[in-house]
Design a binder for this molecule. Structure first.
Ligand code: ZN
Length: 387
């Protein structure tokens, strides 16, 4: 574990904040140098010219050429969410305590880069791989991945016969939820708070209406996937979700607000189309408006379908031979969608566990889980059968 921990601590020391895009170049160079140090061909594909802020968007591609017919893509990302406050350890100094290594990104997803590169290093040394391996360490995953994995799939035409997204929990995940984001705008009439009888307070109208809208979650959860939810979740099969996640109203204490804006996050089961889900939401919204006698509008801002790989796909069979578990679908999403959109089957797997505080304070990874992910990748490649 020495080599792995050393690399992980170098990666964690760089604050690759996905909102500031800090240290992206330093981190990409570090990964490229480490890969070349292991004897791999590595290159950086920078999407900077497409970046609105003009900042570098370097993505690292590392190739293990095994002379095989097929190529397995391993997708990881090096950007992290901001550290935030309340840490009991330093977020950008890897701290090993017993079986755990703490730090921002120690789990999500720098442990994935370390586990994958370490597996490739052993496969190369022992000349064991029966599949070519192409490791991607990309930026911007935490902000949608367009200039990261999206750029590599769309612009650089990175292709393979299958993709393993090492950015997930310790489950065999074959599906991801679709996402719809949007706004609900409730209108009133703005006015002087000294004369409330002359105005129409949008907050007064919005509160009961938004509570009614929250109940749409009960309709959403009736959509059950044919795929199971990961172990430990409240339902056996993956289900649809709806949450109001942002609320904005008012300018000043003495002004009665004329508008309330709420934002929501709707999650779809992997096999569901965005169209049907949006129609169902609009239908509920229309009825809730009448029930609550409000003037309101609904706007959809983002729609992204989910994806899945059939559980009887040969790639899933290959994976089950080295990690015998029942396939499930995850409640979130990841960069796998850029590849599944091009017909490449995807499996997600990684070092995440509920207690690891991914995106929270004192994020950590179990050292055993880095080993497990490394060995699973190694065995998958060493026992590869064409898919
Ligand atoms: Zn991640």
């Amino acid at each position: 574990m020495n080599w792995e921990l050393k690399l992980l601590s170098k990666l964690v020391a760089l604050d690759t904040d996905s909102t500031k895009r800090s240290n992206y170049s330093e981190c990409a160079e570090l990964i490229k140098d480490e890969a070349e140090g292991c004897g791999f061909a590595a290159r950086i594909c920078d999407a900077k010219r497409l970046a609105e802020d003009g900042k570098p968007r370097p993505n690292v591609v590392v190739d293990l050429e095994a002379g095989a017919r097929q190529t397995l893509i391993i997708a990881t990302h090096y950007d992290v969410v901001p550290a935030g406050g309340g840490w009991r350890r330093q977020p950008f100094k890897l701290t090993v305590e017993g079986e755990r290594a703490y730090g921002r990104g120690a789990n999500d997803d720098k442990s994935g880069i370390v586990a994958a590169l370490s597996a490739m290093r052993d496969l190369r040394r022992l000349a064991e791989s029966k599949v070519n391996v192409r490791l991607l360490a990309t930026c911007d995953e935490e902000t949608g991945g367009k200039l990261g994995a999206g750029y590599l799939a769309e612009r650089e035409k990175i292709r393979g016969n299958a993709v393993l997204v090492v950015d997930a929990s310790r489950d065999l995940i074959v599906g991801a939820s679709g996402i719809v984001f949007g706004k609900i705008i409730v209108k009133g009439k703005q006015g002087h708070a000294g004369y409330p009888h002359r105005a129409k307070n949008a907050i007064t109208y919005a509160l009961p209406f938004l509570q009614d809208m929250e109940k749409f979650a009960r309709i959403r959860e009736k959509h059950l996937s044919f795929l199971k939810a990961p172990r430990g979740e409240p339902k056996e099969h993956l289900w649809g979700r709806f949450s109001i996640t942002m609320l904005r109203a008012g300018e000043k204490e003495n002004i009665i607000p004329g508008e309330v804006e709420a934002r929501f996050d709707m999650r779809l089961v992997p096999e569901e189309g965005t169209r049907g889900a949006i129609d169902e939401l609009k239908d509920y919204f229309g009825r809730a408006k009448i029930r609550n006698q409000v003037d309101a509008r609904l706007l959809i801002t983002t729609k992204q379908p989910g994806y899945y790989t059939r559980p009887d796909h040969k790639f899933v069979g290959n994976f089950q031979k080295v990690f015998p578990e029942e396939p499930s679908a995850m409640l979130g999403g990841n960069d796998g969608r850029f590849f599944t959109a091009r017909g490449i089957p995807a499996i997600s797997f990684g070092t995440g566990r509920k207690e690891c505080n991914v995106h929270g304070k004192d994020e950590f990874v179990y050292l055993d889980d880095i080993e497990l992910v490394k060995h699973t990748i190694y065995n998958l490649c060493a026992n590869w059968e064409d898919v």
